[in-house]
Design a protein around this ligand. Structure first.
Ligand code: G3P
Length: 371
C-alpha cells in the first residue's frame, strides 16, 4: 500500500518526502485553510516536490465543477482532481477523466458509491474510514468490501483509505487490500515507532559503550559521544540526579496520562455544553502544558548537554517532537474554544487527545520500566 499524507502543510510534506516514504498528498479546502495558504499557490508548491497531489473542487453543479476541475488540472501535471461523490460530481468527473485528468472521487461511504466511481473511470476512490467509525460502523470493513468488489471484475480504480486517524487503521487498511492510505503527519511518524526498536537501540548503544576504554579526560565533556540520556549518565556525574528525577517522572506521568483518554471520551459525547467542553479541555491541557511539556523539554536539554552542547548532533527524541506538535495544535483549539468558536472543534480535539494519549502513554510506561 502506498502512503500519502493528508495535509497541506508544506514542511510536513517536505519531511515525508525527505524520508522517502511518501508517494502523494491529499488536500481539501479545510486542510489548505488550516495551513493558512492560498489554494493555487500551495497546491503548485506541493506539486513541485511530489507527484499525486489531490486538489478538491468546491463547486456543486456539473458545469461549475467542470470549469473548476479544468482550472485545478491546469495548475500542474501532478494534480489529481478531487470531485465529490454526487451525481454532478461524477458527471463532471466523467468528462474530466475523458480529457485525461486523473479523478479522485471523495466522500465515499458505500460499496455502491465505489461502483459508481469506478463507472466513470475514476483514478481513485476515497472511502473515509474514520468517519464511518464515527457513526459506529466499520470503516475498515468498507475498505475490504470495496476491494473485494473491485477485484471481482478487475476494476482499475485505486482504493484510497482516507480519514485514517491512527497507525492501526493504516496497517489494517493495508491488510484490507487498499492501494493507498492517506494520513495526517502525526500518524505517519507514529508508524515508525515500536517499543522494541527503542529498547534494541538502547541496548546496542549500551553494549557498544561497554567496549570503549574509559577515557578520564573525556568523562565530563562528552564531546563526540552519544546524545543518549542513558549512555551519557554513565560519564556525567553532575547531571545524574536530574536524570534520575526524569526517569522517576516517567512512572508518575504514565499513571496520570489516562486523563487524556477520559477527557477525549467525554468530549466525544453528543450535545456537549460549551462550558463542559471548556472545563474538560482545560483539565487535559493543564496536564499537557503543566507536566508533559516541561518534562520533555528538560529531557531534551539534558540530551543536548550530554552531547557537549553540540546542537547539530544532539537528536531530540521523535516522540518529543510529535508531542510538541500535537500540544501546539491542542493549544490552538483551546484558544478557539475560549473564543466561543466550537463549530466542529470537539471531534478534532478528541482526535488530538487520543493521539497524545497513544503517543505518550507507551513512551512513559516503557522508559519508566526500563530504569
Ligand atoms: O482524507 C480525508 C480527511 O481529510 C478527512 O479526515 O479525520 O476529518 O475524517 P477526518
Amino acid at each position: 500500500m502506498k502512503l500519502f499524507l493528508d495535509t497541506a502543510v508544506f514542511d510536513e510534506i517536505k519531511q515525508g518526502v525527505d524520508w522517502g516514504v511518501v508517494d502523494g498528498v491529499t488536500t481539501n479546502p479545510t486542510l489548505i485553510a488550516r495551513a493558512g495558504q492560498d489554494h493555487e499557490t500551495q497546491v503548485k508548491r506541493i506539486c513541485g516536490i511530489i507527484g499525486n497531489v489531490s486538489a478538491e473542487v468546491v463547486s456543486e453543479k456539473k458545469n461549475d465543477i467542470l470549469v473548476e476541475g479544468r482550472r485545478l488540472a491546469s495548475w500542474h501535471k501532478n494534480v489529481i482532481v478531487k470531485v465529490p461523490m454526487t451525481a454532478d460530481g461524477l458527471a463532471a468527473g466523467k468528462i474530466l477523466a475523458g480529457e485525461g485528468t486523473r479523478i479522485n472521487v471523495t466522500l465515499c461511504f458505500s460499496i455502491n458509491q465505489a461502483l459508481l466511481a469506478a463507472a466513470i473511470d475514476a483514478h481513485i476512490v476515497s472511502p473515509f474510514v474514520g468517519r464511518v467509525d464515527d457513526i459506529d460502523e466499520d470503516g475498515l470493513q468498507l475498505v475490504r468490501d470495496i476491494v473485494a468488489a473491485y477485484r471481482q471484475k478487475g476494476i482499475k480504480t485505486k482504493v484510497l483509505a482516507a480519514s485514517l486517524r491512527g497507525p492501526f487503521q493504516v496497517s489494517q487498511s493495508a491488510l484490507a487490500g487498499a492501494d493507498i492510505g492517506t494520513m495526517p503527519f502525526s500518524v505517519l511518524t507514529a508508524m515508525f515507532k515500536h517499543p522494541l526498536t527503542d529498547a534494541g537501540l538502547k541496548r546496542f548503544k549500551e553494549d557498544y559503550l561497554k567496549t570503549q576504554e574509559p577515557k578520564p579526560a573525556d568523562a565530563s565533556a562528552g564531546v563526540g559521544s552519544s546524545a543518549s540520556v542513558v549512555g551519557a549518565s554513565e560519564t556525567r556525574g553532575s547531571d545524574e540526579d536530574s536524570l534520575d528525577q526524569l526517569w522517576a517522572d516517567h512512572a508518575t506521568l504514565a499513571s496520570q496520562l489516562g486523563l487524556l483518554e477520559r477527557v477525549a471520551d467525554v468530549i466525544g459525547g453528543e450535545d456537549l455544553p460549551p462550558e463542559t467542553l471548556r472545563a474538560e479541555l482545560d483539565r487535559a491541557y493543564d496536564l499537557v502544558a503543566g507536566k508533559v511539556l516541561p518534562h520533555i523539554r528538560t529531557a531534551d536539554d539534558l540530551q543536548r548537554i550530554s552531547a557537549g552542547h553540540d546542537y547539530a548532533r544532539a537528536p531530540v527524541h521523535p516522540d518529543h517532537d510529535q508531542a510538541e506538535q500535537l500540544s501546539s495544535t491542542l493549544e490552538g483549539f483551546r484558544a478557539r474554544v475560549a473564543r466561543g468558536d466550537i463549530e466542529g472543534t470537539p471531534r478534532e480535539i478528541r482526535r488530538i487527545l487520543y493521539q497524545l494519549h497513544a503517543l505518550t502513554r507507551p513512551h512513559f510506561a516503557d522508559q519508566g520500566q526500563s530504569r
